[in-house]
Design a binder for this molecule. Structure first.
Ligand SMILES: Nc1ncnc2c1ncn2[C@@H]1O[C@H](COP(=O)(O)OP(=O)(O)OP(=O)(O)O)[C@@H](O)[C@H]1O
Ligand SMILES: [Mg+2]
Length: 188
């Protein structure tokens, strides 16, 4: 547990050193790799976070999904029970700033998409291991969500975010695939 805290802090520090040109270059390369993937091309409904630097940019991926006629659903965190729900997003103006500068869908402008309808969920994280384990931002929101989700999962990461090993707890659920600017790790 304390390991996770120090890994989060170290990773935030390392990622804060990425310059804007490098951040854009890596994010673009990750996105281009994603568009070659069968799970992306076959997915009609995609669950995806609205990125906040230093996470790889997802705005360009959301635009690409809209252009391809896919339905985009973005997460909303419910702090009371630490649950995550996904809601439709058809334009960026449907987002509002909540805590920590995160953007979430406005409830009055969007509709809930139940987990069963999501063909692919792009799972955020700070650090990833080559066997698909993940250290997120510490809320356990995605672990709770993934425990009742059986569709496809995938994460986007800069090379700097991949580690040989990570401490995992019983509730941690690995992702099926990790895409970096240089490679694709297929976990199963
Ligand atoms: N399925 C679950 N049921 C109950 N509690 C859970 C579950 N998953 C995670 N938690 C709790 O959430 C807390 C945070 O978990 P963890 O440190 O793994 O977060 P994280 O993976 O960084 O966050 P996230 O999943 O949002 O990316 C832990 O205290 C853990 O016990
Ligand atoms: Mg976890």
């Amino acid at each position: 547990m304390s390991d996770k805290i120090s890994i989060r802090a170290g990773m935030k520090q390392a990622l804060s050193k990425l310059s804007k040109p490098i951040y854009e270059d890596y994010s673009y390369k990750i996105a281009c790799r994603l568009y070659q993937e069968k799970v992306w091309n076959e997915a009609q409904v995609i669950g995806i976070t609205v990125s906040k630097p230093p996470e790889p940019d997802t705005y360009q991926i959301i635009r690409k999904a809209w252009e391809a006629g896919k339905q985009v659903a973005v997460p909303k965190c419910h702090s009371r029970d630490k649950q995550l729900t996904f809601r439709t997003l058809t334009e960026f103006s449907q987002l509002e700033s909540v805590f920590f500068g995160l953007y979430e869908p406005r409830e009055e402008m969007t509709n809930e998409v139940i987990a069963d309808r999501l063909d692919l969920v792009i799972v955020p994280g700070l650090a990833f291991s080559t066997d698909g384990f993940r250290i997120g931002f510490g809320g356990g929101y995605y672990d709770r969500f993934l425990s009742r989700y059986s569709g496809n999962t995938l994460s986007l990461a800069f090379n700097e975010q991949i580690m040989d090993e990570l401490p995992a707890e019983d509730h941690d659920i690995p992702v099926q695939c990790i895409i970096t600017p240089d490679r694709i790790l297929k976990i199963r």
